[in-house]
Design a protein around this ligand. Structure first.
Ligand code: ADP
Ligand code: MG
Length: 688
């Protein structure tokens, strides 16, 4: 072998020293295949640079490239909040002001009298044009990237896009690729390029057409691996006998106690789902059911009732949530329900932060005879504890888990019934492919007395109005969420960004003599810290919670009435809808404020869709209509279904093809496929 084997560390790439390697590691990039599979976030096409102010298109809101000569040395201005670097430059017909925040290193990059290409948005605040945070290129550097689409990667502090790009280029030229497992005939039939060309093309597309082709192949592969896991799993598993039957539950006095004391009347959708589950449990084989219902449709109660049916029969039933915060929340809810319904059963909660003696005791309780409600995260399956009579396994917000995890979990018990709950609105025909043999219950209605959420799209200039609105809601006893912008600039992390936002908001309220407890939540915090913040928010101590998207899935604080999303234009519509679903869960009127940080028309069209509808199904279909084929640049994935490139709506045709092809393929798997899977194994794909 003369190239680099793909499992070698990225440190073996020329130009990636120890320091750079550590930066890549921070992004989860360790090996050659990791870097090859860390696809660009978006692409930029660089045009011929403009040399005159009069050439800058009027009212243009996109970035432009300006060629200008630096005049004098950069000036570093230190303010209380941050350092600002100012550079004066000259276009052919006008001066140009340039500035950067928190980037003192700019000083050493720019020399008086030299020509540079500055790439960024132009704003007019004084007499001459101004650019904030533009990218800087020498003329020679700019000439190199002028052709084709240039990749933009997810970065971390001190790792520039340029350095990232160079490392990818090196890796591409050196890496040994696994041989393509798809036959030439099949590639021709499905109009697919080779895996090697696809990985090249996704990083450095020669043009848009090439990018579309590259993506198509990778999307196909992603679905292929998904169905491969799913179908090989199923092959081995004939439907098992129902070892945990439940019959005549309606006449059970404990069950009656639940139904008679429900804190609310079940919606028709909930009642139907409960009936479906009853039939499953009374059937002859162990069941697999998917409960699909929009955010706020009340899936938790269905889970509780289903688990109770089994627990009443002396068995154990468990529910797994994708995050610790959610697991804790379910645990608290279940404790309340057990008390409310006067059930003589225990509930335990096992997460990553359950340690030592407590963990041991919980494990011991799994092995004992007798009924038990179990709540937890993936930690439940990690150490493969033993269970006695585990009769039902529910995964909540299923798209965060994958087929494989589900399989792991069911192996731990003795063919328990399986239920998954998802808020991803997908058409039945797609659901049948994606979930294989699962039965599906769809909850179409939301609890009746709930008032529809009122939505607004606001501009940055109206932010104070929004803050004041929230203060008023707080004074009326309610609570609010603010979801912080996604971070783009290379020199700030998401955590730093929300932390700063919360600080600014606190001083804003202080300056206005308002005493409002502002909390903070982001992914970099320790689990214990997160739990504390979430329980303080749930208890109503924290009034406004500034957070990253960690609150996206499943969090239930019915007293919260405002959801404000910064830079809403940067999120996928499905994700916006999920986020909005955190409010409108109680009796009070709720509000969602989408802050539009762009000035483009297209984004406002997209935001109008979520503004004008609260229906997840409708939003998903409209979202699709707005996107042309291949129009995926810059639109963030919603995170649905754990696919990294594939989109179950937009790529449903490719999905069907991959599903068909896998069925054909697993009858005769070529030896090379294992090697190919290894190539992909270090990526998020393993979650499948
Ligand atoms: P999701 O389907 O998003 O998981 P939850 O189960 O968290 O929704 O329910 C959202 C909120 O609605 C909770 O506060 C829950 O108590 C309440 N709820 C659930 N079902 C009903 C119902 N039938 N009537 C009134 N409120 C309900
Ligand atoms: Mg939920």
């Amino acid at each position: 072998m003369n190239g680099l084997y793909y499992s070698e560390s990225i440190g073996s790439i020329k130009g990636v020293g120890e320091k750079t390697e550590k930066l890549f590691n921070k992004l989860g990039v360790y090996t050659i295949s990791d870097i090859l599979l860390s696809f660009p976030r978006t692409y930029i096409s660089y045009d011929e640079p403009l040399e005159r102010e009069e050439d800058i298109p009027d009212g243009s809101d996109g970035p432009v490239a300006l060629k200008a000569v630096a005049v004098g040395k950069p000036i570093l201005k230190r303010t209380k909040r941050m350092d600002i670097t100012i550079v004066k430059a000259a276009l052919k017909d006008s001066p140009l002001d340039l500035l950067w925040f928190r980037s003192p290193y700019i000083r050493s990059k720019i020399n008086d009298g030299e020509t540079y290409i500055f790439y960024g948005k132009v704003v007019y605040e004084s007499t001459c044009p101004k650019m904030e945070q533009p990218l800087i290129f020498t003329e020679q550097e700019y000439n190199e990237i002028k052709t084709g689409l240039q990749p933009v990667y997810h970065l971390t502090k001190s790792l520039t896009n340029n350095a990232y790009r160079k490392a990818v280029k090196q890796a591409l030229s050196l890496a040994e690729f696994p041989s393509d497992y798809i036959s030439v005939q099949k590639k021709a039939k499905r109009d697919l390029i080779s895996i090697k060309d696809a990985i090249n093309g996704i990083h450095f597309p020669s043009d848009t057409e090439n990018l579309i082709q590259a993506r198509k192949r990778l999307v196909y592969d992603e679905f292929f691996r998904f169905f491969f896991y799913m179908y090989t799993d199923k092959e081995q598993k004939a439907p098992a006998e129902n070892r945990f039957p439940v019959t005549d539950i309606d006449n059970d006095s404990l069950y009656k106690g639940i139904i008679e004391n429900l804190p609310f009347e079940l919606t028709k959708g909930q009642a139907d789902a409960v009936d479906d589950i009853k039939k499953d449990f009374a059937g002859s084989v162990s069941s697999e059911r998917m409960i699909q219902g929009d955010v706020g449709s009340g899936k938790t109660m269905i889970a509780f009732i289903a688990m109770a049916m089994q627990v009443i029969n002396g068995r154990k039933a468990c529910i797994m949530a994708p995050t610790e915060v959610l697991a804790r929340q379910h645990y608290e809810t279940f404790k309340e329900y057990i008390e409310l319904f006067k059930l003589p059963f225990n509930v335990v909660c096992l997460t990553g932060s359950t340690k030592g003696k407590e963990r041991k005791e919980i494990y011991a309780s799994f092995k004992e005879d007798g009924p038990l409600f179990i709540v937890g995260t993936q930690a439940l399956i990690q150490e493969k504890p033993e269970f006695k009579d585990l009769s039902l396994v529910i995964t909540d917000e299923q798209h965060r888990f994958g087929v494989k995890q589900r399989r792991d979990m069911s192996l731990k018990g003795e063919e328990p019934h399986i239920m998954v709950m998802s808020a991803t609105p997908i058409p039945r025909s797609l659901a049948m492919i994606l979930y294989g043999d699962m039965s599906i219950s769809v909850i179409k209605d939301v609890p009746a007395r709930r008032k529809p959420i009122k939505n607004a799209v606001m501009k940055a200039s109206e932010r104070e109005k929004a803050f004041m609105f929230m203060a008023k809601q707080v004074s009326e006893g309610h609570q609010c969420y603010i979801i912080c912008p996604l971070v783009e600039a290379s020199d700030k992390t998401e955590a730093e960004n929300v932390t700063e936002y919360a600080k600014d908001l606190r001083s804003y309220y202080q300056n206005n003599r308002m005493d409002i407890n502002v909390g903070l939540l982001h992914g970099k915090m320790k689990n214990e810290e997160k739990n504390t913040v979430m329980s303080e928010f749930a208890a109503g101590e924290i009034k406004i919670l500034v957070s990253t998207t960690v609150v996206e899935v499943g969090v239930n604080v019915p007293n919260a009435t405002v959801m404000m999303i910064e830079n809403a234009e940067k999120f996928g519509l499905a994700q916006l809808h999920q986020l909005r679903g955190r409010v409108g869960r109680g009796d009070a009127q709720s509000y969602c404020i989408f802050m539009d940080g762009s000035d483009g028309k297209d984004t406002s069209k997209r935001l109008d869709i979520v503004k004008n509808s609260n229906d997840g199904f409708y939003i998903a279909s409209e979202d699709l209509k707005l996107r042309g084929p291949g129009d995926f640049l810059g639109i963030r994935q919603s995170g649905d279904m754990n696919f990294s490139l594939a989109d179950i709506y937009q790529d449903s045709d490719i999905m069907r093809q991959a599903s068909d092809d896998v069925k054909e393929y697993i009858k005769n798997i070529p030896a090379g496929y294992a090697e190919y899977l290894k190539f992909f194994s270090s990526t998020t794909y393993t979650n499948l």
